[in-house]
Design a protein around this ligand. Structure first.
Ligand code: NAP
Length: 309
């Protein structure tokens, strides 16, 4: 029987692991399908305190893992298939195996949102991608016109990264100004290879018949004008949705699926705690997720101490 199982291995999960390990609770971290979480797909993280030169996202997560393991955190590359929170100890089904635990910290993070337009699904991995750092350097995108969809920090980061490879990077945004932080927006718009396309939506990704991306259909949302922009790659960066399907009808969420804690990091089920992007649609930073992971670990530790008295 485990004392603490942490589901997820992003900044929230590893920080919760570090703190519970140092509390000698020997936490079990179930990494999920993407060990290290979404941050491993980003390039340089410039806003995590303590790294004045910036730090590679993958490296940051590997360091967090090592730090937690140094104090006794156990890592399993497992995927949780089902949870039973109806009684304690809680039961988790992990790759077909049953795992019993006294407490759970949910740190499952979030996934990329999809546009939901024709061609998007069919052409995924054939020119449609959600990660410039993962796919930007592919030969198909070299010296080709590319498009990034979105207006937030992610879209700006993707566009900047793609300037290394593409001949031109169109940044298609549905409004006439970026949502991104001021520093990112200014840097992006000042780049000579980035061309913003304002007030526009991608209505279709072409060309399913050719089984390859050849362009996007754009609609100007103010004038209604439609045009085709020939591009070799479509990078979608329009935000995230919480990875909480597993907890549907078991843990209280809001209408968008974000977990709503009852008090501190405690969910509606005593002994189940939550941290990070799966419960945060406001801040969504690596450092806020790490902070929440720390809080969840302290809450779990206090919960265990209280039930043992
Ligand atoms: P975000 O801030 O939610 O931005 C999503 C963007 O996509 C918005 O511009 C939004 O348009 C647009 N959008 C949403 N749904 C759309 C749709 N269906 N069709 C077209 N456009 C759509 O998401 P994010 O950029 O992924 O950032 C998430 C969080 O991570 C933020 O807090 C951000 O600061 C942080 N982050 C930080 C860094 C960094 O500091 N280096 C890097 C990446 C992310 P509207 O503007 O009209 O809503």
């Amino acid at each position: 029987m485990e004392k603490v199982v942490i589901i997820g291995s992003g900044p929230a999960g590893w920080t919760a692991a570090l703190y519970t390990a140092r509390a000698q609770l020997a936490p079990l971290v179930l990494t999920g399908k993407q060990p290290g979480g979404l941050l491993t797909t980003t390039s340089i993280v410039e806003n995590f305190p303590g790294f004045p030169e910036g730090v590679d996202g993958y490296e940051l997560m590997m360091r967090m893992q090592k730090q937690a393991e140094r104090f006794g955190a156990k890592t399993s590359f497992g995927v949780v298939e089902a949870v039973d929170f109806s009684q304690r100890p809680f039961a988790l089904t992990v790759d077909g195996e049953n795992v019993l635990t006294e407490t759970v910290i949910i740190a499952t993070g979030a996934s990329h949102k999809h546009l939901g337009v024709p061609g998007e699904h069919e052409l995924e991995t054939k020119g449609v991608t959600y990660c410039a750092t993962c796919d930007g350097a592919l030969p198909a995108f070299r010296n080709q016109p590319l498009v990034v969809v979105g207006g937030g920090d992610s879209a700006c980061e993707e566009a900047m990264y793609l300037t290394r490879f593409g001949s031109i990077v169109y940044l298609v945004h549905r409004r006439d100004r970026l949502r991104a932080s001021k520093i990112m927006a200014e840097r992006t718009l000042a780049h000579p290879k980035i061309k913003p396309v304002w007030d526009s939506a991608v209505t279709e990704i072409l060309d399913v018949k050719q089984d390859n991306v050849t362009g996007v259909k754009l609609k100007n949302l103010k004038t209604g004008e439609e045009k085709i922009l020939p591009v070799a790659g479509v990078f979608i960066a329009i935000g995230h949705m919480p990875n909480t399907d597993l907890f549907k009808d078991k843990i209280t969420t809001d209408a968008n699926g974000f977990i709503v804690p009852l008090k501190g990091t405690m969910t509606n089920v005593p002994g189940v705690f939550v941290a990070g992007d799966c419960a945060d649609h406001v801040y969504r930073q690596a450092i806020t997720a790490a902070g929440a992971g720390c809080a969840a670990a302290i809450d779990a530790e206090r919960f265990l101490a209280a039930v043992r008295q």
